[in-house]
Design a protein around this ligand. Structure first.
Ligand SMILES: [Zn+2]
Length: 210
């Protein structure tokens, strides 16, 4: 129960910080949220978007899933959690930025690269990460002689680009990007060095941002 006690203590600190006499943040936030940015991040415990960017409640609308993936727009009547969050952020909250936040050491991408050979792909993971299947295929074609960690970084970054492309398959999202009212960003955190990289379409590379 020690782990849960830590969380409850953490909430007490949150309460003192945001609901104490000196804070008025939730006076405004309790009725509505107006975040300007949607972040699509990985569920990995080490890459919390708000912690990484020093954001306060109300700043970010966040979707987190295995390997920070965006599926393409599909009209098949299935349950689409990421698409629903995208629709809400873009069409109703009218966010101005979407950041896809990838990271090094991603277990989801490793599962994609290794298939079920390590027995970690499960029933749902292997199907889900197949969204980035073309990234794995490219890496295994072009970097077959490189160590797995090099392949993994390449696959993490290429899969992020696939998700950026998939964003544009949603017509209401593409319209806003083309009209200049919505901007897309591909960010990649190296959790071994602590550096943040940003994808630059002009160079086709991830360049050091911070
Ligand atoms: Zn991950």
């Amino acid at each position: 129960m020690e782990d849960i006690a830590k969380l409850i203590d953490g909430f007490k600190q949150f309460q003192e910080r945001y609901f104490g006499e000196e804070s008025s943040l939730f006076a405004a936030l309790k009725c509505e949220q107006k975040p300007k940015t949607l972040v699509i991040g990985c569920s990995d415990s080490r890459v919390d978007p708000a912690l990484l960017t020093g954001c306060a409640p109300g700043d970010l609308f966040v979707v987190r899933n295995v390997a920070n993936l965006v599926p393409p727009c599909e009209h098949d009547g299935a349950y689409h959690g990421v698409s629903a969050a995208l629709e809400y952020a873009v069409c109703f909250l009218e966010v101005e930025h979407i950041i896809i936040l990838g990271h090094s050491g991603c277990g989801g991408i490793l599962a994609l690269l290794e298939g079920n050979s390590q027995g970690k792909s499960g029933e749902y993971i292997s199907k889900w990460v197949e969204i980035a299947g073309p990234a794995r295929d490219l890496v295994q074609r072009q970097l077959a002689d490189k160590p797995l960690r090099i392949q993994a970084v390449a696959c993490e970054q290429i899969s992020l680009l696939i998700s950026l492309e998939n964003l544009l398959t949603f017509p209401w999202l593409r319209e806003r990007v083309e009209a200049g009212s919505l901007f897309l960003h591909g960010w990649y955190v190296d959790i071994s060095s602590g550096n943040l990289f940003c994808y630059l379409p002009s160079s086709g590379r991830f360049e050091l941002l911070v």
